[in-house]
Design a binder for this molecule. Sequence first.
Ligand code: CMX
Length: 134
Amino acid sequence: MMNKIEHIGIAVTDLQKASTLYEQLLGTSCYKTELVESENVATAFFKTGENKIELLASTADDSAIAKFIAKKGEGIHHIAFDVDDIYAEMERLKGEGFVLLNEEPKKGADNKLICFVHPKTTNGVLIELCQEIR
Ligand code: CMX
């Protein structure tokens, strides 16, 4: 079972400019920035109450974010759900016929184990599972 939405990922071209804009929009400062080299992204996190927004900017021409922006423009890139046991949830989703984009959980931003579900199997929405590494 999936718990709450952990964060919403938004693809942006310029992380600095977008961070300033989201600080103005949300009325709160970015609480964390992180470079995730394995995903070729630079991220900036914001909190609004219990909810989080992750801004994602590409750090390589052929990254997932660069391709997404080239094709669709800036905007909502993924919805991430918190799970208690990512291995069990991956097995459950595979059993339901969803296509997972990685066989094993990988280390993502914000101290999480993550796994993505192909948007072709989820009505065009990229879904991320994430479990906090304790
Ligand atoms: N949301 C919805 N649809 C998406 C998408 C997204 N974020 N990214 C790509 N797509 C669509 C493409 O537009 C394409 O649609 P059409 O076939 O209708 O043209 C389709 O998915 C498949 O695209 P593709 O060309 O076969 O594959 P891509 O090389 O564009 O890869 C994806 C797409 C989702 C498999 C790839 O981006 C991926 O593996 N993503 C997971 C990793 C990731 O996104 N990392 C960055 C974030 C890291 C973080 O959160 O820290």
